[in-house]
Ligand binder design. Sequence first.
Ligand SMILES: *Cc1c(COP(=O)(O)O)cnc(C)c1O
Length: 373
Amino acid sequence: MDMIERYGLSNIVNARGPYTPLGVSRSPAAVAEAAGEALRHYFVLEELQTAADRELARYAGAEAGTVTHCVAAAITLSVTAAMTGGAPCAVARLPDTEGMADRAVLPAGHAVDYGHPITQAIRLSGAVPVLAGTDRACNADDLERAIDPDRTCCVLLVSSRLTRGAPIDLADAVAVAHRHGLPAFIDGAAQDLQLAALLETGADLVLISGQKYLASPTAGLVIGRRKWVDAVRAQEKGIGRPMKATKESLAGVLAAIEVRSDTDTASWCAAQAERMAAFVQSLGHLDGVMGFVLPDPGGAPIGRVHLRIDPLRARYDAASLEAALRTGTPPIHVMPHRLDKNEIVLEIVQLSDAEIGTIAARLEALMSRAGAR
Ligand SMILES: *Cc1c(COP(=O)(O)O)cnc(C)c1O
């Protein structure tokens, strides 16, 4: 790619999944073309958002949908929607929350950091995050206790690999919020493949990053109940202004949900399983490396390749192998979250066969050099 040379950028292999600092994802040609085409045109933005509303609703089988700049923005704006209900004077007043219920309850183990703390995304709205339960567990009673009838505006739940503690039954948690007359929102940023299940919990809004597995330009999809989607849109004339969707992201999202609708997920998953198995097999002869495939712990139909390293036989531990991959040419980035278990984890679903070959060749070269040293 031209830009890499012109600006002196790194030509990386990203086996780390939809990771924001590495460019998140690669869009299919149809999506890139739609976004590029939109850049060459004027639109009545309101009409484009209304088309996105209609198409997202149809795609998800939900009442309504809208697009914000990203999910971080969608979190802020959902909380804002819960505080204002879309009423123009309240929208105008934020982030001053005087006179509004302004506590957003979040299970403590869901106070994740996806590049910044989610509690900061809540605070940006003017609301105050209140953590329910502990890092190890949060049950319905814990949630119930954290809800102050006069002060609480919503309950936020996160569905992700980053969450801590015992899994929470999202449907039960949503029911607790509804018993108190509060909306419940689910941050499902990287969980678009589970969108239907997240909506089935009864959540009022599910927030999805368009640029992760859906591979659109950067966008936060806000999908669910008409009332709350409209209240999110009402912030466009308030603190939502710096969080707005662009015309190219709207066009890209529309194209991306078309591409997804035309994709047979079951056969895509089967093909990916085959590629992962072949990759693991190609590493079978490496001494001290045991490869296996595990599903996404959050339940998404995305497998990942785990390489368990035996430091005595491989002469690398996982941390030094990760560093060697990352600092080589080309730099190869892997998921580091299991290095302390002496595992490197690779997500290869978005990679070309050539890139997968590059990773296998590098591992082989590193290991044989290690054997000789
Ligand atoms: C990626 C992520 C976000 C942020 O999404 P953006 O669209 O990049 O703003 C929020 N929550 C979770 C759990 C994430 O994984």
